[in-house]
Design a protein around this ligand. Structure first.
Ligand code: AMP
Length: 115
């Protein structure tokens, strides 16, 4: 899928907006969240533009699998063996950037249910 010129995360993929990249794979990119909610808070995205995780699963399940593997590798690099991988899907669920991203959150105790 071609980049969306109005998409913040497409701009990060293109290098037009700076980010603290922690891991790159052929189809994914991982970078630190600008407003961290835990000691580790990294966003993992596909390089290609897809609106949300359901759209990515439909269009490219192999990229979704690679994204989950990148999240696992990020957690290992950060030295955390327990983490949350969160895909906010839709505005009411808290999605604010409509380029699918998994939040890798860890390094502190988590509560349930989330707010
Ligand atoms: P969501 O609300 O699930 O769509 O998550 C979007 C996330 O992107 C939020 O946690 C923001 O803090 C994060 N974010 C927004 N702009 C940037 C940026 N320029 N670099 C890194 N993270 C960002």
């Amino acid at each position: 899928m071609s980049p969306d010129p109005d998409c913040l995360f497409c701009k990060i993929v293109a290098g037009a907006v700076p980010a603290t990249v922690v891991l790159e794979t052929r189809r994914t990119l991982a970078f630190r969240d600008i407003s961290p909610q835990a000691p580790t808070h990294v966003l993992v995205i596909p390089r290609d533009h897809h609106r949300d995780v359901a759209e990515l699963a439909d269009a490219s399940p192999e990229t979704l699998a690679e994204l989950v593997d990148t999240a696992r590798a990020v957690a290992a690099d950060e030295g955390i063996d327990a983490y949350r991988l969160v895909f906010n899907t839709g505005a009411q669920a808290g999605q604010s950037v409509f380029h699918v991203h998994g939040h890798v959150l860890g390094g502190r105790a988590m509560t349930w249910p989330p707010g």
